[in-house]
Design a protein around this ligand. Structure first.
Ligand SMILES: [Zn+2]
Length: 107
């Protein structure tokens, strides 16, 4: 069985490994530094995409103001659900703005 939580933890651990690698790359000679930074950026983007996919799988809302997409975080409760805010553009969505989910009762 696919363990989403373990996968999610693995991705965030990879993220911290990546920041360690970044500080090491800072000590590289210029030419290698450029190449390594470029590759690192691509890995970072893939990680962010994986993270966004996990977030979506866990029921988070995604904001498409950037690529890879931003994961919207809890921004307070309303009578009929939760509001979410995008950390990048500050957009807030309430349950009214979201498409109905399979597990949500629609009238
Ligand atoms: Zn946004």
């Amino acid at each position: 069985m696919f363990d989403l939580k373990a996968f999610s933890e693995g991705v965030s651990q990879l993220g911290s490994v990546l920041s360690t690698v970044k500080s090491v790359i800072g000590m590289f000679p210029v030419r290698q530094k450029e190449q390594a930074s470029k590759e690192l950026l691509q890995i970072e983007e893939k990680l962010q995409i994986a993270e966004a996919q996990i977030a979506k799988g866990l029921g988070y809302e995604l904001c498409k103001c950037t690529w890879p997409p931003q994961i919207m975080l809890h921004a307070g409760d309303v009578d009929y659900g939760e509001r979410f805010r995008c950390p990048a553009c500050g957009r807030v969505v309430s349950p009214d703005d979201m498409p109905p989910r399979d597990n949500r009762q629609t009238i």
